[in-house]
Design a protein around this ligand. Structure first.
Ligand code: PAF
Length: 262
């Protein structure tokens, strides 16, 4: 497996399957790489802790980083290249100056809680797509709204990335049901028990029941909603629904979601 930081070395891999990450790889990320492998294309994994998607009060400085260990994990599951660009490679011009298509997804849920987050994500992902030129990209459904936002960005920028396909990979959970997340390393033993509340909440079929479960686990709820899976707007009879939650345990913010079988 190659480890590259210079984007010119990626030219040979155009048309690859691409897994963008911020590192701190866990089983959830490895499942994305396995999904990318299934395409039979070379697999590039990017590792870039993107400052643009963290608000000033968030955990950018504390965010776990271990490039050596990440590369070993990526190699184990068959990645061909780890692309670990510098901030200058990612943002040769000021990121604030980068234009993006107007997102059609209403500002709500994650956007309402973290108003600058998706702009930061899209700026990084758009730059990565420009540099990597993949044919397929794999995103985890754990960040469900992010998946929809990127799907939409790709649809809006057809001329830029051609027929780029996006694949959504299922959420990977620990044995206790907690969705895997790089931020789980921050949880104490007691907080880990509280975090179970998110998993239980997304199995509920009413918002009232979701809130009750979250309350029983003493979680500080940001949102707990049932929404249409396609638009994240109010559910429509006959369409698939998704339960989505975001909650805080002290300084730690966790999210989870699941499809609801009506
Ligand atoms: O999901 C993530 O890890 C990040 O938001 C992403 C897509 C790598 C962009 O920085």
């Amino acid at each position: 497996m190659k480890i590259v930081s210079d984007a010119s070395e990626l030219a040979a891999f155009q048309g690859c399957a691409f897994v963008p990450t911020m590192g701190a790889l866990h089983e959830g990320h490895l499942s994305l790489i396995r999904e990318a492998k299934k395409t039979g294309r070379p697999v590039i994994v990017s590792i870039f802790v993107n400052p643009e998607q963290f608000a000033p009060e968030e955990d950018l400085d504390k965010y776990p980083r271990n490039l050596e260990e990440d590369c070993a994990f990526a190699a184990q599951v068959g990645a061909d290249v780890v692309f670990a660009p510098s901030v200058t490679t990612m943002y040769p011009a000021a990121p604030e100056s980068i234009a993006l298509p107007k997102a059609a997804i209403e500002p709500h849920l994650e956007d309402a809680c973290r108003p600058t987050h998706f702009r930061g994500v899209c700026v990084a992902v758009a730059r990565l797509f420009d540099l990597v030129q993949p044919a397929i990209t794999v995103f985890g459904l754990k960040d469900y709204q992010q998946f929809l936002v990127i799907k939409q960005l790709i649809a809006q920028e057809k001329d830029r990335w051609g027929d780029l396909q996006i694949v959504g990979a299922e959420i990977i959970r620990d044995d206790d049901g907690v969705a895997m997340s790089s931020r789980n390393v921050y949880l104490s033993t007691d907080q880990r028990k509280q975090a179970l509340g998110l998993h239980k909440a997304v199995r509920c079929t009413t918002e009232k029941a979701m809130l009750e479960v979250l309350d029983q686990h003493s979680l500080d709820v940001e949102y707990a909603v049932l929404r249409s899976s396609d638009s994240l707007l109010a559910p429509v009879a006959g369409q698939t629904m998704r339960a989505l939650v975001a909650a805080r345990l002290g300084h730690i913010r966790l999210i989870d979601n699941a499809e609801i079988q009506a």
